[in-house]
Design a protein around this ligand. Sequence first.
Ligand code: PLP
Ligand code: COI
Length: 350
Amino acid sequence: MLAARALRGMRASRRGMSTAPDWSKLGFDFYPTRSMLRYDHDGSGWNGGTLQQDFELKVHALSNVLHYGQAIFEGLKCFHCADGSVRVFNSGANAKRLRSGCERLQMPVVPAPMFDEALDRVIKDNLDFIPPYGTGGAMYLRPFLFGHGGKLGLGPAPSYTFCIVASPVGAYYKGGLQAIDGLVIEQYDRAAPRGVGNIKCAGNYAPDVQPSSAAKANGFPICLYLDAKENAYVEEFSTSNFIGITQDGTLVTPSSPSILPSCTKGVILQIAADLGIKVEVRPVPWAEVATFREVAACGTAVVLTPIQSLTRGDKVVRFDSFDTIKKLYDAVTQLQVGLVEDKHNYTRVV
Ligand code: PLP
Ligand code: COI
């Protein structure tokens, strides 16, 4: 259904028209909006960027992005708020993470003011695709940057492109506080201790496509990876970071050099501290997980998704209380749509 509607929208958008989606039916799928934004870098600096009405990019067949994986992306959201404004959530953290990834992959950095300006341009051109306040949806923003141009040997690309695509979205998994089942991936590791798990590069995601698809086919919508060295510590989910709540209500979340620093988690830890919840960021042994009262996945797309079970081999660990997760979920989703005071300036009016 949604695919057919998306196709109609795509055709309409190609004809220069745009149709609003059925807000109540949105999942986490691309819905063609009016435009995407593209900036180019030829080795001497970024150009001024242009909005384009199709979603096609033409690149040389020998581009770094296609062969050597020189590609990075971000994910963040903006919202129609209770007061009628549109706010982008926590974009400073995404700009910072993008910078660290560009430096690691030797790609030109997108300065924070350019990042914000780009977000504003694409949001303003697609305002009518932002789910209205009260629908529970958001506009997902997908900035990405990659190296291209004809080049055979391994080394920096001659050219780079930075784009932002916007798409209205609903829930990534079941939605709201509906709990899902997770599978611990045993046969593969996600990221090595001194690898690139701590940046949002495209190459971290391709190796997860097969294990995640297999897990999904077996009834597990989400996968959890353990550390690559000892297979004894929790790292993160395929799509998100790990949060556990102990029996005494302490929020515990892994520290590891090989997990992605979640921008959402930064906000959640601050909210937890504001609510008087004790927070511990430290290595989390898998053996400890069975003692947790609550477990959740946290990230831009998944927000805070409660996990009701984690299966590792023939052992299943279950969680059936989500009181603390609910408190945090309510606080973060209210902050996103401007229903509570933004004491730490996480939101920016566009
Ligand atoms: N970990 C992984 C592997 C992710 O893909 C994401 C999503 O971006 C996260 C964690 C959560 O990060 P954020 O909260 O910045 O979306
Ligand atoms: C996000 O949450 O923004 C992500 O990039 C995760 C992705 C798997 C959708």
